[in-house]
Design a protein around this ligand. Structure first.
Ligand SMILES: NC(=O)C1=CN([C@@H]2O[C@H](COP(=O)(O)OP(=O)(O)OC[C@H]3O[C@@H](n4cnc5c(N)ncnc54)[C@H](OP(=O)(O)O)[C@@H]3O)[C@@H](O)[C@H]2O)C=CC1
Ligand SMILES: Nc1nc(O)c(N)c(N[C@@H]2O[C@H](COP(=O)(O)O)[C@@H](O)[C@H]2O)n1
Length: 214
């Protein structure tokens, strides 16, 4: 069956206790070897997507650097268009195509982003309508998307069953802390259902990389 949306992979590094960052926002869980694997994965997709808190906390580049290859398009879910124009993704948007997705009635900061070469997509009234967004992206030729967090963004995708594959690195750390961000945030599911199939396990020294499909 041909899908009307791109193939969606969620990728993250989690601690043994399922956290993706400490309660102070530190998220450097993957080893160098794992980062090389992740950059290989980035090279294989058309776009990388993250939520606005990840941009704010990590100030990531979201490029392919540890392997040779073209960097994919970068997409930020930022419903109210609050991202800093000084963030690395926005400052490099003339070199690497970058999209900011806001709500339909939000346009206050558009000019600031557009001036940096960012493409604006408007989608959804109260929250970003991911189904609609994926259709728009598919029409733009984006067939495969790597969702790189954080926990809230992962929740929105999983809640709506918009995920085809999950790749998690279980890193050899305990993070702890009630307020430390988990792999999946949001309201959470009330039942244990919709299990994923374990496709592959990769061991890298003290890390395990788990590959699940729907
Ligand atoms: N270890 C790892 O692999 C990774 C760790 N991280 C860590 O995760 C943390 C950030 O995670 P978290 O705080 O959960 O935030 P996210 O990065 O997931 O950003 C969440 C925000 O993005 C916006 N958003 C996302 N999806 C939607 C949607 N469908 N509709 C509307 N708005 C949406 C909302 O903005 P608004 O609030 O304006 O409504 C929401 O609050 C950071 O500390 C980062 O370091 C991040 C990625 C990977
Ligand atoms: N897979 C994975 N492992 C980790 O340990 C991580 N911290 C992340 N984080 C994601 O990668 C972004 C950083 O990318 P750049 O190195 O700046 O290109 C970060 O913002 C998360 O989305 N992922």
């Amino acid at each position: 069956m041909v899908k009307s949306r791109p193939y969606v992979i969620i990728s993250a590094a989690i601690s043994i206790d399922g956290k993706i960052a400490t309660n102070t926002g530190r998220s450097n869980l993957s080893s160098k070897k794992d980062l090389i694997r992740i950059h290989g994965l980035r090279k294989s997709v058309d776009a990388i997507l993250v939520g606005k808190n990840t941009v704010q906390t990590d100030d990531p580049l979201l490029t392919v650097r540890y392997v040779k290859g073209k960097s994919p398009i970068r997409i930020i879910l930022d419903p109210r268009g609050k991202s800093s124009a000084k963030s690395k993704v926005i400052m490099t948007a003339t070199k690497i195509p970058t999209i900011i997705v806001t709500l339909e009635n939000v346009s206050k900061n558009d000019e600031k982003f557009i001036a940096h070469g960012v493409q604006m997509i408007k989608c959804g009234k109260k929250i970003i309508n991911l189904k609609k967004l994926l259709q728009i992206l598919k029409k733009q030729g984006i067939n495969k998307i790597l969702v790189e967090g954080g926990g809230t963004t992962n929740w929105y995708f999983l809640k709506q069953q918009l995920v085809d594959e999950i790749i998690v690195t279980v890193a050899p750390y305990i993070v702890g802390g009630r307020t430390a961000i988990s792999f999946v945030e949001g309201k959470g599911f009330t039942k244990i259902s919709n299990s994923f199939k374990l496709k592959k396990i990769q061991r890298m020294q003290n890390e395990l990389v788990l590959y699940y499909v729907t």
